[in-house]
Write a protein that binds this ligand. Structure first.
Ligand SMILES: [Zn+2]
Length: 262
């Protein structure tokens, strides 16, 4: 088995708001990978004394620890427990009902000798390579499916669509959101590889169309996770003048790639 993890900030002047981990429990018979993408709030109050990196470190740390120590608890329940634990670490000065309270997208995959379980919430991606080489993308595409007119401004997204029925969901302070995640279980023998990508890295497919999801997994296996991030940065720089692909989104975004060859 081989694992590889790369996480780079979009801007060296700002902290990386992604979180990534790979944990291999002492039994040596399984493991877990986690990738979170902290949601950068629009400027203005968040109701919270804490930063997005503070939040992603705590949620990602709790999720990793609970996933490997409670191998029999399904991923959605583990996520709910991790959200609840993280919510408790905020102080009394934090209003956790605020729509801009720190929050993150979540990808988690866990494997044992018998099975592979996965969970995806919001717009990070998990690619699953089957033993016959076919690659499936596990995506929570609620955000992509919202009508374009709804996406006019970040403020509108925050007030009307974030963590609201009919909108899209991220891991914030409410454990019940875990029930909204895309989840699944596969026989371990049917899975050869796993690749988690935050949207700063999945741009390789989704914005720059360098290839499809299977091409992306092949690229990482052959060239390494760092090469994928490097290629995205090249494409972003080349696109900086005309801004044809990126539209109003950030020139560079935090980019995380976690690869596991089982
Ligand atoms: Zn707080």
């Amino acid at each position: 088995m081989r694992t590889e993890l790369v996480s780079e900030p979009g801007d060296v002047q700002r902290p990386n708001e992604d979180f990534a981990s790979v944990a291999l429990p002492a039994s040596g018979q399984g493991g877990v990978l986690v990738a979170l993408d902290g949601v950068t709030p629009p400027t203005g109050p968040t109701g919270c004394l804490h930063s997005v990196p503070w939040f992603t470190a705590r949620l990602g740390g709790a999720l990793t620890e609970l996933a490997v120590s409670l191998m029999d608890v399904p991923p959605a329940e583990v996520l709910a427990m991790a959200i609840a634990r993280t919510a408790k670490t905020h102080g009394e000065g934090c209003d956790l009902s605020h729509p801009r309270t720190p929050q993150a997208t979540v990808v988690m995959a866990r494997w044992s000798p018998e099975r592979v379980e996965y969970l995806v919430l919001s717009d990070s991606a998990l690619l699953v390579e089957a033993s016959d080489g076919t690659v499936s993308a596990v995506l929570d595409d609620r955000l992509a499916r919202l009508p374009r007119a709804s996406l006019a401004t970040d403020a509108l997204i925050d007030s009307r669509l974030r963590n609201k029925e009919g909108g899209f969901f991220t891991a914030a302070a409410d454990p019940s959101v875990a029930g909204r995640a895309v989840t699944g279980v596969l026989p371990r023998s049917s899975v050869r590889g796993l690749l988690a990508l935050t949207d700063g890295a999945s741009r390789w497919v989704e914005k720059f169309h360098e290839g499809d999801w299977p091409d992306c997994l092949s690229f990482v296996r052959k060239n390494g996770a760092q090469s994928l991030v490097n290629r995205v940065r090249e494409l972003e720089r080349a696109d900086a003048e005309p801004r044809t692909h990126l539209g109003r989104s950030k020139l560079h975004d935090d980019a995380t790639v976690v690869y596991a060859e089982l």
